[in-house]
Every structure is written in C-alpha cells, then in structure tokens.
Design a protein around this ligand. Structure first.
Ligand code: SF4
Length: 369
C-alpha cells in the first residue's frame, strides 16, 4: 500500500483519484481546470507550486491539503557514445537511483527505477548487491520522466521498468506510476509501450492478472532449471519454476496476449548449454513466448560476458524451440548503462553510507515481500 504520513504529494496520487481528493478537500475545480492541473503535474516539467498555473486562492487551498515540489535532486548525467544517457538522482532521504534514456530510431525509451536498491539479490545484477534501501513513491518514479524530458527536450515514447528494483515488489506505487504515465490529459505513454518486468513474484503476477492491468508484463526467466535459477535468482527458492510458469500461463490466457516475453540473460558456463535448451522445451510447454536473449553485461561478480560466437551458438541451439528469439543489444553497456549494470558504480558508495548508519541493507536472498 502507498501510505501518506502527511499531506499527499500531488504527483503521488493516481490521476483517476484527483477529482475525488479535491472534492473531499472542499476544493471546487471545474473539469477543464482539473485537466489543466493534471497536465501541469504530469505532462510538463513543473516542479514548483508556481508552475501549476493556479490562482492565488486555489493554490493556498491546495497547499493546505497537498504537497508539491521536487522530490529528486539531479546528481549526474553521463552520455554514452551511442547517445544513451544515464541519469542519477538523489532521493530526499539520500539514496541514489538511476534512469536510462535510450534513442532508437524514432523511439525514445526510458528505463525507470522503481526502488532504491532491490531485495531480490540476483547474483548477476549490480543493483541486487545493494539490497533494498527503500521503495520509491509514484511521484518519485514519474518525476524522473519529466526531468529527463526537460533535459533532453524530447518526449519519451516508451517506458520500461527495468531499472533499479523489482517493480512488482513495489506494486501499488508502480501501478499508480503506470496510470499516471498513461494519462490522456498529460502526454500519455501508450499502454502498449509501458512495460513492467518482473523476476517472478508469483503472487504479484496473479494480482496483476486478476486486476486485468493493461501494461505489458515481461518475465526475467534466465534459466528453466530450478537449481540453476535458485543459484542466480534467489527469488526462485520462494516461487519455484512450476508455480511461476503456471501463473504466466494463466496471465496469457486471461490477458489474451498472443505472446509473452521472457528475458534470458546469457551467462557462459551457467545457462547456455544443451541442458538449458532442453529444459526450456520441457518446462515452458503450453506457453507461447518470445525469448529475449540478453548477453550479460560486465557488472562485477563471478560471471563473464559471453562472446558473440557463444551467443550465436546458443541462439542456434534455441532454434529447436521454434519460438521467436531476439538478441537484445544493451544500449550504453560499454559505459555501464546496460541491463544489470545500474548502480554498479554506486554500490560501494552506498554501502559506505549504510555502514555509517544510513540504511538497512537486506542481504542477497532476504525478501521483504
Ligand atoms: S535483476 Fe532486477 S530483480 Fe534481480 S536484483 Fe537486479 S534489479 Fe533486482
């Protein structure tokens, strides 16, 4: 649940709830004015009350019931040779989160974070080494978008929750963020271009299915052998493969998606051999899927990146699955902006702060939800 200890921040509220919240606060706002307010909050880079275009009286009334203003402080921006840009922002409580802006032909994709750190502890991921520092609010999540659009002067066309954090572990906040990013009164991102990517939190996938959420859902599979999956993704101990595949089948049947996308980070010597291809063939029966092969990006730890020859050999083996296979190029990977690399440079710094009493770190493999 998203809870507000004080007056709620306007960017934290779902746009669908805004009229009721205003009414409950005794603030009369005609439809066009309410739509304009929504546009200013979510469609522009407004970061201050004076940028909301309200009269003095209305602003005073709103201030009595709501908060508004910047919740992120820009920390750094780095640009890769291919034009990908990594933005780091500091939250008011001190943690650093990151977002990556990727240009690809006419698409402008934003890879957003949903948590500072992550509790899932995937062993190949730099964020996993942080543990969960804290959940992000819907407003913090979407403020990254308006800030990045203001800097790049370009409209984001696609949003993927593949940055720091497991989005379904911060379910309510991410669902509100998706609703607000999709709001037709505020530079909407199409629901077909909003992707939530999960490591396999089966109760949350069930909820996502039962609530008929319209956003795209990707599953990070990475291995169809339970023991290997447990080794690289500790979440698999809690939610084993048969249970996971069953909820994905239910999701596909209920949502009517022709294909579900499964992500597969390739780790030489771990998950690229014949046994893994056999396991995919065996375990995923009844699921129609696209396999997104992601050559692992160097992020420290015990793994190494596959060579292109190894990736090619693996994808040749995958042919017998008779499913569409895509190899995903990770934009900005040389500069540490690719999949699994977010926070790689900030791990040490954050852990230093934690040691000094700043945060509680959840060790890899400890889950909080
Ligand atoms: S891969 Fe995703 S779910 Fe796993 S630790 Fe990294 S951020 Fe968390």
């Amino acid at each position: 649940m998203v809870t507000f200890v004080d007056r709620p921040h306007l960017r934290d509220l779902p746009v669908s709830a805004l009229p009721d919240r205003l009414r409950a606060a005794g603030i009369a706002m005609p439809g066009p004015l309410a739509r304009q307010l929504t546009w200013r909050i979510h469609g522009t880079g407004a970061l201050d009350w004076d940028e909301l275009g309200l009269g003095r009286l209305r602003q005073t009334m709103l201030r009595a019931h709501f908060r508004f203003g910047a919740q992120l402080a820009p920390e750094s921006v780095r640009e890769a040779a291919d034009g990908t840009r990594k933005f780091a922002f500091r939250l008011a409580t001190g943690e650093v989160i990151e977002a990556v802006f990727i240009r690809n032909r006419s698409n402008r994709t934003l890879c957003l974070s949903s948590q500072a750190g992550c509790a899932m502890g995937c062993t190949f991921c730099a964020t996993g080494a942080l543990g969960l520092l804290r959940q992000m609010t819907p407003g913090e999540i979407t403020e990254a978008r308006v800030r990045i659009e203001a800097v790049t002067r370009e409209r984001v066309t696609d949003v993927v929750f593949m940055g720091m954090g497991e989005p379904l572990h911060n379910y309510d906040a991410v669902m509100i963020a998706c609703e607000n990013l999709n709001c037709t009164d505020a530079a909407p991102i199409s629901r077909k271009r909003l992707t939530v990517s999960t490591s396999g939190l089966t109760p949350a996938i069930r909820r996502f299915t039962d609530e008929s959420r319209p956003w795209r859902l990707h599953l990070s599979l990475h291995s169809a052998i339970q023991e290997v999956r447990e080794r690289i993704m500790p979440i698999a101990r809690l939610h084993p493969l048969p249970e996971l595949i069953e909820v994905m089948r239910a999701f596909q049947a209920r949502s009517g998606r022709k294909w579900v996308t499964l992500q597969y980070v390739t780790l030489p010597g771990v998950n690229m051999d014949d046994a893994h291809v056999d396991a995919l063939q065996r375990e995923l029966r009844g699921l129609r899927y696209i396999l997104n092969v992601i050559p692992w990006n160097e992020a420290g730890g015990a793994f190494r990146s596959p060579t292109w020859a190894e990736v090619k050999e693996f994808t040749t083996r995958l042919r017998r699955l008779k499913c569409p296979v895509k190899v995903r190029y990770s934009a900005g990977k040389r500069e540490g902006m690719g999949c699994g690399q977010l926070s790689a440079e900030t791990v040490a710094a954050t852990q230093d702060r934690s040691a000094a009493g700043g945060h509680m770190l959840a060790p890899p493999g400890v889950f909080t939800g």
